[in-house]
Design a protein around this ligand. Sequence first.
Ligand code: CP
Ligand code: NVA
Length: 300
Amino acid sequence: MPVQHFLTLDDLPKSTLLGLIERAIELKALVKQGAIYEPLKNKTLAMIFSKSSTRTRVSFEVGMRQLGGGALNLSPNDSQLGRGEAIEDTAKVVSSMTDGIMIRTSEHAIAQTLARNSSAPVINGLTDDYHPCQLLADLQTLRELRGDIQGATIAWIGDGNNVCNSFMNAARIFDFTLNVATPQGFEPVAEFLAPNTNNVSVFANARDAVTQADVVVTDTWASMGQEQEKAERERAFAEYQVNDALMGLANKDAIFMHCLPAYRGVEVSASVIDGPQSAVFQEAENRLHAQKALLELLLI
Ligand code: CP
Ligand code: NVA
């Protein structure tokens, strides 16, 4: 049987994704009850982080531990990857000793090469193109807060980036409307937008995109690797801050989401992210539960 990887949401059928979301909610309840559930005893997840992380690192490590297994962290700086060992060789060696590999890296092609050469499942913990684990947690959060997402309107405000690309895939798979508002030149790349155009509309104006939205989502204006562009981006995105005025145009009970890390006073005002409509910390916690459901599926 071919190894099941998770590099984008499209790697799993919709029915499996829906099952994962329900399972994440069950696993969350188990943890809250203090139940011990260790189906991954003696299993190991290798985690390759070529970029910084708080949530992804903690959620995968704690998730593996709660499921009875363990995780080890490989940063390119202290493994042979940083000295030029081929990703193909790394995949063969690491997968021969572990039960799964999580990778956070820049080029999506690196994650694909790793997966092609790995005898164990490879999970995308963020690339420049996608962040599918984030969407599992976001979909769980929306399921908890508003039930079925089909037919809802979600506004993505800001950068047409990796998280936006995964949101666009989710819009197609789960059949909700995604209104994407970005400054000119920061729209989602055509290659990622094209498969999703039935469910995604691109707006030049944040106000039009949030009008009657059920959910408003944003992300940092300068993703990892774009630190040099920060000042230029802050100028270009100035009209795209999610603040009280913008949230006021969405539906009255609209939910605010952000994958974090967030920068208050930049892409979102403190009043919104720390306000009553914000679901960001529930969303962050759900990384743990959603990824435990994924690990349970892929690593058993
Ligand atoms: N949202 C997210 O992936 O956070 P980290 O960069 O902290 O892992
Ligand atoms: N778009 C952000 C997400 C961080 C979790 C980045 O790539 O840095």
